[in-house]
Structures are given as C-alpha cells and as structure tokens.
Design a protein around this ligand. Structure first.
Ligand SMILES: Cc1cc2nc3c(=O)[nH]c(=O)nc-3n(C[C@H](O)[C@H](O)[C@H](O)COP(=O)(O)O)c2cc1C
Length: 191
C-alpha cells in the first residue's frame, strides 16, 4: 500500500472479528510507537499491551464508544469487540511538559498505521475511565493514563467523505462508517 493509501484507509474501526492479532504484528506496532519523534527526545510514554481475554473484557467495560451514534449502532456488541488494547501512559517523572500530548499523538499514529499495514484496525479511546485503569493496573502515581487504543481485524469498512453540513460520523446502509472531513479549501491556504 502506498503511504497515501495507508493514510486514507487507516480510519477508526469499531467492530471486529474475534481472531487474535499475531505477536509479530503486535511487536511491530510497539516498535513503531517507540520510533516516534519526541519533544527534547525525552520519550516519556510507556505502554501496557492488554491481550488476555479477561483483561480485554474488563478494560472494554471502562471505555466509551461513538458518542455521535445511538449505543446499538456505535458500541461494539459481544462478539464484535476489540481483541487487544494498548494503554498509553505518560511518565510524569520524565516529563510534565504540554508536549507529552503531542508525543502521544505521534506514537499512537505510528502504532495504528503499523497495525493497519497488517489489516489490523483501531479506535483511539480518549473517553476511558482513567481512575479505574490506574487502580486496575496498580499504576505507580508517576504514571498517568493518556488514552487507550483498541485493536482488531475490522468487520466493516470506514471511509472519509467531504463534509457538507456536519462533522458527525455516521453509518451507511451497510453499517459501514463514513467520517466527514472538512474540505481541503477550508483548511489549507496557499500563499
Ligand atoms: C484523541 C482522540 C480521542 C478519541 N476518543 C474516542 C473515544 O473515546 N471513543 C470513540 O469511539 N472514538 C474516539 N475517537 C475516534 C474519533 O471519533 C475518530 O477519529 C473520528 O470520528 C474521525 O474518524 P476517523 O478516525 O476515521 O477519521 C478518538 C479519536 C482521537 C484522535
């Protein structure tokens, strides 16, 4: 896949097959995160790779999905849930700078692109219960939860469309996702 094709199709996916992601693919995703640029090269991010089915089920119960859609459309039902979560952590002993959030965005981008290169779809979840996650994983106080990222082999397609009147993503008649993107002329100015 060309880089542009990878970028266009690496979208948010919210329904998945129940087949496990091979360990080589997971290792590559985590390597991709490690290679991300980092402000002052401090590299304050740490990751928990949650793969045991019991833990995945518990983490899923503390995530919120697709706020623009009714739950029966946007929240993955049993049998469609992600098979892996990566919890993204910020180590406050290494950095407390506002750039940590930028680092996290870049690392998540690398991770999800590396996954998609192997057909593994993802959903970044900011709306997770960070307090519960900290307690459940018995995190030391220096580690703060940034987000969790859900992974799995998608059972639907997701594509972009030019935005007309709303930025809200929606499903088409086949249950596939459409994500409206602001038009190029509305976001880029060539001088
Ligand atoms: C920082 C961030 C936080 C997000 N949090 C959630 C979330 O809590 N739950 C969810 O279902 N999707 C979440 N998403 C996915 C967005 O809804 C999705 O990126 C957006 O609708 C555009 O779709 P696209 O990724 O296919 O372009 C998040 C995305 C980002 C970048």
């Amino acid at each position: 896949m060309s880089i542009m094709e990878l970028l266009k199709t690496r979208r948010t996916y919210r329904r998945f097959e129940q087949r496990q992601i091979p360990s080589e693919v997971i290792s590559e995703m985590m390597e991709a995160a490690r290679y991300a640029s980092s402000a002052a090269n401090l590299q304050p991010l740490k990751y928990l790779v949650v793969q045991s089915p019991n833990r995945v089920t518990e983490v899923f119960a503390h995530t919120r999905w697709a706020g623009y859609l009714p739950a029966e459309q946007g929240v993955p039902a049993e049998g469609q849930r992600p098979t892996l979560f990566v919890v993204v952590l910020e180590d406050s002993e290494i950095s407390k700078s506002a750039y940590v959030a930028t680092d996290a965005g870049l690392a998540i981008s690398n991770m999800t692109l590396a996954a998609w290169d192997h057909g593994v779809g993802s959903c970044i979840i900011g709306a997770c219960d960070k307090e519960w996650l900290s307690e459940y994983f018995q995190l030391p106080s220096k580690l703060k939860v940034h987000s969790v990222v859900a992974f799995g082999y998608p059972t639907h397609t997701s594509r972009c469309e030019d935005m007309t009147d709303s930025i809200k993503y929606h499903l088409d008649e086949n249950g596939d996702y459409l994500a409206p993107k602001r038009r190029i002329e509305d976001v880029v100015k060539y001088l």
